[in-house]
Design a protein around this ligand. Structure first.
Ligand code: GLN
Length: 545
């Protein structure tokens, strides 16, 4: 069967939840038995989000194949079974880069290279390579209709309707219907304008998703329908929800999946949504509450730890617990305040991060968790700091450090490993301090073997796992013996034993840190074992207190 394409655009303003809408549509179509894939096209010029500041852009989401992508791919993978990677996230920068490379190579035989057709053709190719990957490919166009940068993408998807036919393409537009308190009214004008803007580019939306604070009355729907030329039953409310995992159900109640199938001229089974319904039920009726202190640098922007927040809440659902995350800014932790900031926590988490800002606060948080027997989960940088802390305060190496923060430390317990065997490429990797910033990270899924009887093994229930990475520095094996003698267990290693992936302190109720990012693989319907175990330990501590 040929793949059919759904294009999702957004209007009026950003942050309306286009990514969640795309992911939710994916979930609904999968519930009907269809195979789905999802792609994000981002109009900015950066070649990929890898080097973008999480403050500005939110988290960098890492896929199995090691692509550093937009955080919306995280939503897509959490809501669907689509296997995403490099092919599922393109930026203008990447598209232009490829066209310019071809031009330099002489591929265009001296012709004038232009936005139309060269850039638009490159975009179409990026979309069409998903052909045959699934029954339906959902393509989300980043940004807002009317942005200059978005035009080539919109032109490309406009052309695809004539290339592929009406039954194989569908345009869904997400807009905003604001509620004006003073007038006590919902206003449809911004939606009308946004659709007009799309029409001026040659795209008539087939379905409108209208983000709104309160329900859309039939009157409002008729008005939008009339002015926007979209049938009334295709004007769907995207009302604010308490929990993001409700969105597929709210869309389904209004017949969105039915309308999509109809428009694409497909027949499917009725959707099976019991798993989602059960999930919402469990989220709405938690039996306990667990407080997790997350000690990080980007704490004032929730978007920068998106997958982590979600993974914690998935771990909560598995333990019938509501999770309250206390974002603790590591730069604010100073000796005295530590107790105040952390004493209420049932569990302490130190997430991934780059650069030396806020490091000493994070180290103090690790000491606090270790000494006070508070369940601790360290992720990536969090593991590296757990090692540094233990080396300094338990193993008698007071100057131990990561060379990321102190290049001349006498005890580089975390360092750049100059040579190691790379399971992903099946090659020996080499790197040093001078190699290019972007090119030296260990990225994507790597295999790991767990020690039987460890906390990690208890959590996963298997010994062979695979997890996603995004870091440069590694544990320095010359310190394995001295740290082991002092009480650290190395419970997760690469299959050849060369790379340390998990450490634990067995003389502690639950202290585990990993070099990888487990949060990227956690799903609401399949919570990640480490988060389930961490929350379980935190809950046990709370219930004992
Ligand atoms: N900065 C550390 C490294 O590059 C950790 C990275 C991370 O936490 N993702 O190794």
């Amino acid at each position: 069967m040929k793949t059919k394409f759904i294009f999702i655009t957004g209007g009026v303003l950003s942050s309306l939840g286009k990514g969640l809408a795309a992911a939710s549509i994916g979930a609904l179509l999968e519930a009907r038995g269809l195979r789905v894939t999802i792609q994000k096209l981002d109009p900015y010029i950066n070649v990929d989000p890898g080097t973008m500041n999480p403050f500005q852009h939110g988290e960098v989401y890492v896929t199995e194949d090691g692509a550093e992508t937009d955080l919306d791919l995280g939503h897509y993978e959490r809501y669907t079974h689509a296997k995403l990677g490099q092919r599922h996230n393109y930026t203008s920068g990447r598209i232009y880069y490829s066209v310019i490379t071809k031009e330099r190579r002489g591929d265009y035989l001296g012709g004038t290279v232009q936005v139309i057709p060269h850039i638009t053709d490159e975009i179409k190719q990026a979309i069409l390579q998903l052909n045959s990957e699934a029954d339906i490919a959902i393509i989300e166009i980043g940004g807002t209709v009317g942005d200059i940068e978005g035009l080539p993408f919109l032109e490309a998807i406009r052309q695809l309707r004539s290339d592929l036919g009406t039954e194989n393409t569908l345009y869904i537009h997400l807009t905003y219907v604001p509620y004006i308190q003073a007038a006590g009214e919902l206003k449809t004008k911004p939606t009308q304008h946004s659709v007009k803007e799309l029409l001026s580019i040659g795209i008539q939306p087939d379905i409108l998703l209208c983000r709104t604070q309160i329900s859309l009355s039939q009157d409002i729907k008729s008005k939008i329908s009339l002015f926007c030329n979209v049938e009334e039953d295709r004007v769907i409310a995207a009302k604010d929800v308490k929990c993001i995992y409700e969105v597929p159900l709210r869309f389904h109640e209004q017949g969105l999946d039915e309308r999509i199938i109809e428009s694409l001229n497909m027949w499917t089974r009725a959707p099976v949504l019991t798993e989602w319904e059960d999930l919402i039920d469990r989220i709405q009726k938690p039996q306990h509450k667990v407080r997790i202190a997350m000690v990080g640098k980007y704490v004032n922007l929730k978007e920068s730890y998106k997958s982590l927040n979600e993974a914690l809440s998935h771990g909560g659902v598995a333990n019938s617990s509501e999770i309250e995350i206390d974002f603790v800014n590591s730069e604010e932790i100073q000796g005295g305040q530590l107790q105040d900031l952390l004493s209420d926590a049932d569990g302490i988490l130190v997430p991934g991060g780059f650069g030396s800002r806020g490091i000493s606060g994070k180290l103090e948080a690790v000491t606090y968790a270790r000494e006070n027997k508070v369940p601790f989960l360290g992720i990536c940088l969090g593991m590296q700091l757990a090692v540094v802390e233990f080396a300094r305060n338990v193993a008698g190496l007071p100057l131990a450090d990561s060379t990321e923060f102190e290049s001349s430390t006498p005890d580089p317990v975390i360092y750049l490993m100059t040579e190691w065997y790379d399971y992903r490429t099946d090659k020996i990797q080499k790197r040093d301090e001078d190699t290019d910033m972007g090119g030296t990270m260990r990225l994507g899924a790597y295999p790991c073997r767990l020690t039987k009887g460890s906390k990690a093994h208890a959590a996963y229930g298997v010994t062979n796992i695979s997890e996603r990475h995004r870091h440069r520095y590694e544990f320095n094996n010359s310190y394995r013996k001295v740290l082991e003698d002092a009480g650290i267990s190395f419970t997760g290693l690469s299959p050849n034993g060369e790379l340390v992936e998990i450490i634990e302190i067995s003389q502690h109720p639950w202290f585990l840190a990993c070099q990888f990012h487990p949060e990227f693989k956690s799903r609401p319907l399949d919570p990640h074992p480490l988060f389930v175990a961490f929350i379980h330990a935190a809950l046990s501590k709370r219930l004992k207190a």
